[in-house]
Design a protein around this ligand. Structure first.
Ligand code: UDP
Length: 238
């Protein structure tokens, strides 16, 4: 354990679900503010923070296609949902006095900047929190894969996957009181055991680029900054 952050630059993957709060659908403003504060704590420690935000609280392509929609159209709707979440998060971050930029994989110049890697780099150097929206910009992908892709492109030291549980367990801890949390796993373990950490494309990409994944509970206030100091509960995939 240490009081200083162990990383220079990280990417936080925040699912759309994490923004639901107690709601069934949409964006809970209080929850978004709390996550923004957690990002602020990490930023105040001198860590450069990138965020990839999901869209599952608003729309998922798979559920649209299950009801008969064309999969690509449904996926584009899912990507647009991530842009809404990104704008909500940017708003909450800026209301705390930090600077932030949303960079979208699908250009929409009236709303945010297009994703340009070198521009993202510049924003981070200037101490801005960079939020990557619209996933990879391609249908048939997920924002988990986008998170691994952006983490590789931005040369992040770690990918932090914020979930509803404080790590990866051998069984679902919500249904099994004897479930045990893994302290560490390898990327290959995750793939071989088919553990629900991130989708296989994301894990493979992280593995090929030697990016550690830290799985932690984004529902726990302050957990993001603690994990960056290697404190508290989390599972490390290395
Ligand atoms: N999506 C996509 N390509 C991407 C990223 C996302 O098509 O590169 C679409 C896909 O339909 C997905 C939706 O956007 O269901 C929302 O993303 P995701 O399900 O990953 O969000 P999360 O589960 O993290 O909230």
């Amino acid at each position: 354990m240490s009081n200083t952050p162990q990383y220079r630059r990280v990417l936080l993957k925040c699912s759309g679900e994490a923004l639901l709060g107690n709601q069934q659908y949409g964006i809970d403003v209080e929850t978004v503010s709390r996550i923004a504060k957690d990002i602020g704590d990490a930023h105040a420690m001198g860590v450069e923070v990138c965020v990839v935000v999901g869209g599952g609280n608003i729309f998922r392509g798979m559920s649209g296609s299950a009801k008969g929609m064309d999969r690509s159209s449904a996926d584009y709707m899912g990507m647009l949902a991530t842009v809404m979440n990104a704008l909500a998060l940017q708003n909450a971050i800026e209301s705390l006095g930090m600077n932030s930029r949303v960079l979208s994989a699908i250009p929409m110049s009236a709303v945010c900047e297009p994703y340009i890697r070198r521009r993202a780099e510049r924003h981070l150097e200037k101490g801005r929190v960079v939020i990557f929206a619209a996933g990879t910009g391609n249908p048939y992908f997920t924002t988990d894969t986008a998170a691994a892709l952006r983490a590789a492109e931005m040369k992040c030291d770690a990918l932090l996957k914020g979930t509803n549980v404080d790590g990866v367990y051998n069984k679902d801890p919500r249904h099994h009181s004897d479930a045990e949390r893994y302290e560490t796993l390898s990327h290959l373990d995750v793939l071989a055991k088919d553990l629900k950490v991130m989708d296989a494309a994301a894990i493979s990409l992280a593995r090929e680029n030697q990016i550690p994944i830290l799985v932690f509970s984004i529902q726990e206030e302050g957990a993001f900054a603690r994990v960056l100091k290697k404190e508290g509960c989390f599972t490390e995939v290395v």
